[in-house]
Design a protein around this ligand. Structure first.
Ligand code: NAP
Length: 345
């Protein structure tokens, strides 16, 4: 077996010398290197911002969606949406483990895993698309993928449905970071609160801020406000368009007595919501941009332009223990598990 680089640089075709994620094209030859793992892929969970863009480009036509998805993988050797730059993750069964890591990995052939590294850097070959489920951004395929030595993964637990696990692991970074950044007594706003990442953030924020804190759920419309109130994961629900920064600011001033939020967590799947997030945050507060539709330029220049001294955090999809924390929410909360199973599994 050929010796590979820990981060997969040996697979980069264009431009040479960079890492697989920013590369335009990587090799999806499925003969593995000595430090790689070959996966027989069952389902792709396409990142929401990416799937929304592809599906809209295809005018919500499934055959056209299939064509675009296959085209991306054929061209790039990975599923990295050229417009959003984002990927997603996958579920599959271990087919082969490279000789160089056989003795050190916990995995064995036949294990079912979800990869926790982005599809935007994962060598992927699609042989056949079996089903596209646009309502949950999932695509069942026949195909193979490669996990690099540095790649993180979660073994699929047997006490939860597989598609549910795949769905929640896709956004596991969001609730796990929420747990780290929200403090007792904080006012926290989650934009896109009823979304897949959003509700996990609401749940975790509510646990962290305690009875003296306040959790505000914002969404474009009132979708799932009733369920969110019933589950008690938000104190206030506001229907507002987050691309209208000043409009949302007025509403947040009303519900916080003009004090604004200590933490704003942005979980939307559309562009141009940076300014609403920034304006609704207290000076020296924190904006956590989990949304893949976030523009660094718009956030940085926008905050400066309105004279807001806020801290801004890029939504790293990984933080230690993120998979475990998110799966545990599904085990601990019957109502969350039931709702997520209905909506996203
Ligand atoms: N950082 C990472 O590592 C990482 C990993 C995975 C995903 N993501 C990103 O996280 C984001 C959320 O993903 P998800 O799976 O939770 O998506 P989702 O389930 O589609 O949720 C998005 C939510 O945003 C709401 N929304 C859309 N436009 C809005 C607007 N103008 N104003 C207010 N709310 C609006 C949507 O409401 P409607 O349904 O009513 O439109 C929906 O509730 C996406 O951008 C995704 O790409 C990031």
């Amino acid at each position: 077996m050929k010796k590979g680089n820990r981060y997969g640089t040996h697979r980069v075709i264009e431009p040479k010398g960079i890492l697989p994620q920013p590369a335009v094209k990587i090799s999806n030859d499925m003969e593995i290197y000595d430090n790689e793992i070959l996966i027989d892929v069952q389902t792709l969970n396409i990142d929401s911002a990416s799937f929304t863009q592809i599906y809209n480009q295809a005018e919500k036509d499934l055959a056209k969606t299939e064509e675009i998805i296959k085209g991306i993988v054929e061209e790039r050797g990975k599923h990295q949406n050229p417009v959003t730059g984002s990927g997603g993750m996958l579920i599959g069964t271990i087919e082969e483990i490279g000789e160089g890591i056989k003795d050190t990995t916990d995995l064995k052939v036949g294990d079912k895993i979800a990869t926790l590294v982005s599809l935007s850097l994962t060598p992927l070959r699609i042989d056949n698309i079996k089903e596209i489920r646009p309502e949950i951004d999932q695509v069942d395929i026949d195909g193979k993928a490669i996990l690099f030595e540095s790649g993180i993964y979660a073994v699929i637990p047997d006490d939860l449905p597989e598609n549910l696990t795949l769905s929640v692991l896709d956004v596991a970074g969001a609730p796990a970071q929420t747990a780290k950044i929200c403090k007792f007594g904080d006012t926290v706003m989650v934009i896109g609160g009823p979304g897949k990442a959003g509700m996990l953030c609401l749940y975790e924020a509510k646990r962290r801020v305690g009875p003296t804190g306040k959790v505000i759920c914002v969404n474009y419309d009132e979708t799932r406000f009733e369920e969110i109130k019933e589950m008690g994961i938000a104190d206030v629900c506001i229907a507002a368009d987050a691309t209208d920064a000043v409009g949302l600011l007025q509403k947040i001033e009303e519900v916080t007595n003009g004090e604004l939020c200590d933490v704003v967590i942005n979980c939307v799947n559309v562009e141009n919501t940076e300014m609403a997030s920034i304006l609704c945050t207290k000076d020296e507060g924190l904006v956590y941009f989990f949304s893949m539709a976030t523009s660094f330029t718009k956030a940085a220049l926008g905050a400066e332009g309105v004279g807001k001294d806020v801290n801004m955090m890029i939504g790293n999809g990984y933080t230690k223990g993120h998979g475990e924390l998110t799966i545990q929410i599904m085990r601990d909360s019957d109502s969350m598990r039931e709702l997520y199973t209905k909506l996203f599994a």
